[in-house]
Ligand binder design. Sequence first.
Ligand code: HEC
Ligand code: HEC
Length: 358
Amino acid sequence: MKRKGMCILIGLLAFSFVIGTGVYYSIAGDREVFIEVPLGLPELIAPEDNPMTLAKIELGKMLYFDPRLSISGQLSCATCHDPRLGYSNASSFAVGENHAVGGMNSPTVLNSAYSKTMFWDGREANLEGQAGGPMTASVEMAGIPDEIVQNLNKILEYRELSMMAFGEYLSFTNIRKAIATFERTILAGNSPFDRYYYGKEKGAISDAAMRGKKIFDDPNKGNCKKCHTYTKTDGYFSDNQFHNVGIGYDTKKKGEKDPAGRYGVTKKPADKGRFKTPTLRNVTQTGPYFHDGRTYSLKEAAIICLNGIPNKNLDPEYKVKRKLTDKELDYLVEFMKALEGELPLFALPAIPGLLSKN
Ligand code: HEC
Ligand code: HEC
């Protein structure tokens, strides 16, 4: 699925349906499906070895909401990436099995199809790799792969769906592939900004948001676009790079090490304290913000991100000190609000063997 606008041959069995605003599937059995992305989003590219099929999307959706992926049978992916909470969890840190608290804020899964690496430090390459992490992480779902696979394969619906999707029963790899495929359909675009900028719809955003856009773009004002990027054709509002904004340098206790960030993966000293630029799409819904979930306030986040928090490895973009008036900060916030896109709409799946539709 490389080309935007690519068509697929639709056979006799084919039918199409709408999963949510702007996301369409045309399907032919378990053949590759074409997903038309909402306005403003980049083209969707699935890995060569995990093409999008309807069977996989359906299977992945059930697995995403299935608490049997966790050791206690109580936590699903949706516990920490809840569709009602911007696909995040509205708390600073995630609480996993045995009330274990990890030290990281749950990022949103919305539009994570466009994230070139996974996690705040980018330690996983893609959604397939990522999905294995939480199932087994002790602070998250604490599961054992073989047990999860065995348990789920006891259920007829899962066996059937997996046969359709993969031509075999569930394996840990198949579970990850199916969840990743479902996650690639969790897209939100067609925001007021998208309609204004890409759809050329006059009046789609307020005057204040338009002023905010100028400040966001201007290297001498906000300079936000430098890292929260968008182009003339589309935007993810993240450059998919790692930057040291200084988060965590100010809150660490005496004697505690500097926040590792990307350094934890590369061991390059220059990467100390660098974290992945989060997308700003639907940022109104994904708080609290930053990797330590320190604030719910977009204005406060903008103030922090304008000049960063001083430390010896602060991003070079912050060499210039920038100053904005209170009004200008409010405009920036109005612009970020205009990035709130339409959420995908889908019926919550009946989890096989747990919930029935009636
Ligand atoms: C207990 C809470 C919890 C559960 C359960 C959980 N996650 Fe996460 N998720 C997190 C946290 C916290 C992070 C960030 C961790 C980090 O960066 O070190 C994260 C990161 C991610 C990311 C990376 C997003 C990005 O932008 O980098 C994806 C995708 C994701 N989780 C999907 C899933 C899936 C799929 C499941 C189910 C198999 C799942 N999560 C279960 C808390 C959770
Ligand atoms: C040098 C690159 C860079 C620039 C410039 C920049 N940001 Fe950021 N921004 C980041 C990174 C990296 C993070 C995450 C930092 C962390 O949590 O450690 C972030 C986080 C944020 C967040 C929190 C989002 C979330 O989901 O946690 C907001 C809001 C934000 N930036 C807005 C802005 C605004 C507004 C501007 C302009 C005034 C701006 N940023 C400029 C790199 C940048």
